[in-house]
Write a protein that binds this ligand. Structure first.
Ligand SMILES: [Zn+2]
Length: 270
């Protein structure tokens, strides 16, 4: 599933070619995504200049001035540029044609993605309830500490809750907790202020490293026909059950929380 780093890398990859370009036409081959693609998508957008592509959580916001197109990549979606002579395959559901050389194509085999229109990028129901962006100053120690007060839920589930902070997926949650030295099942209310400081710092560093890893592969996926996959992240604990901790050598443990696997080192994490 594309996570925040993949979505941010996609944004950075497509923005230079699209910013300031006028959208000529749209082809919707299959409108049955997670929600129906608006029937008036082309009528609303064609002829308009794309001013910017922003990101909120895992949503891409294509800013056409008076109207904003929201794109979510769902479980399996990807965006890439294709040549005008490149035939569309079975799962290539939407094309945006800016000019003969600039065609953006959405591929989404599982169709959990979304293409929607809104006039307000902050009050849309899908965006209004989202917590702060993890890489902004708004997500800081005082904020996380306040969110943990009085909460008996496991800290891993608290940081994966988009109401707390957006974009901390399962892999990134396990990795961040390792770097912060906190066990994933620890009740959020037990975190001290210094522990919250370490966790905020770890989340930012883990996500930034993943974005940097994606940036190095940017050219490849934007310009080739390859699909955007998970970035190869050198994980410390994720998916390493029974393997030695890279810091202390103790076998990594696996537990299940909220039906998701969590991994931790019983020595490095307390
Ligand atoms: Zn260890």
């Amino acid at each position: 599933m594309p996570e925040l780093p993949e979505v941010e890398t996609t944004r950075r990859g497509i923005l230079p070619a699209l910013q300031g370009q006028t959208l000529q036409s749209i082809i919707v081959r299959n409108p049955r995504l997670r929600w129906p693609v608006p029937a008036d998508l082309e009528a609303q957008l064609a002829g308009k200049r794309l001013l910017d592509v922003r990101r909120r959580g895992k949503y891409l916001l294509f800013d056409f001035g008076d109207v904003i197109q929201l794109v979510h990549l769902g479980m399996s979606g990807s965006l890439r540029f294709v040549g005008s002579d490149e035939p569309a395959l079975l799962h290539d559901h939407v094309d945006w044609r800016f000019d003969a050389d600039t065609i953006l194509r959405l591929r989404d085999p599982r169709r959990f993605g979304a293409v929607l229109l809104t006039h307000d990028g902050s009050s849309h129901p899908l965006l209004a309830q989202l917590g702060p962006e993890p890489l902004t100053a708004e997500f800081d120690t005082a904020y996380l500490y306040s969110r943990c007060r009085g909460r008996g839920a496991a800290i891993k589930q608290v940081i994966m809750d988009a109401h707390t902070v957006v974009g901390v997926g399962n892999i990134y949650a396990s990795e961040s907790l390792f770097h912060a030295g906190i066990r994933p099942a620890t009740a959020a209310r037990r975190l001290t202020r210094p522990a919250c400081a370490r966790l905020v710092d770890a989340i930012k560093r883990v996500l930034e490293a993943a974005i940097a890893a994606g940036g190095s592969s940017l050219r490849d996926y934007v310009h080739s026909s390859g699909e955007l996959g998970y970035f190869q992240l050198a994980t410390r604990v994720y998916d390493r059950e029974g393997m030695p901790c890279k810091v202390c050598g103790t076998p990594i443990r696996r537990i299940v929380q909220g039906q998701r696997a969590s991994f931790y080192c019983p020595v490095c994490q307390r």
